[in-house]
Design a protein around this ligand. Structure first.
Ligand SMILES: [Zn+2]
Length: 120
């Protein structure tokens, strides 16, 4: 399962940024998930809970922040949110667009019991 390997990499990132003795203090791991990153949010949350069960990260939860799919049109210079992932400009029908956001999948920050560690 795709989401399972993503959940494993998120756990790896947490291990990389948080000292071993603080792992049990991790409360939440915030992850930016683009609407078109190809990840099923529910499935990712489920996978994370499944692989952290019985580990030091057992009490932590995954907080997903949905990032809309936004395209920028090179012809009319406007940005639009695309609900269906189509990269054609809805305003002028141009295909000369670039993707601004919506494909990302990244750990934004890790929240510990007392202090907050910010990573970008
Ligand atoms: Zn346009």
């Amino acid at each position: 399962m795709h989401e399972l390997s993503i959940a494993e990499s998120i756990v790896d990132i947490v291990h990389q940024y948080v000292d071993k003795e603080q792992l049990s203090d991790v409360r939440s791991v915030r992850v930016k998930v683009g609407t078109f990153s190809g990840v099923v949010p529910d499935s990712l949350e489920f996978s994370y809970q499944a692989i952290t069960a019985g580990t030091l990260l057992e009490r932590s939860t995954l907080t997903l922040e949905r990032i809309p799919f936004v395209i920028e049109c090179k012809d009319c210079k406007r940005n639009s949110v695309s609900e269906d992932g189509i990269t054609q400009c809805p305003l002028c029908s141009s295909f000369s667009t670039s993707i601004i956001s919506g494909r990302e999948l990244q750990v934004k920050d890790i929240e510990l019991e007392d202090i907050e560690q910010v990573k970008s």
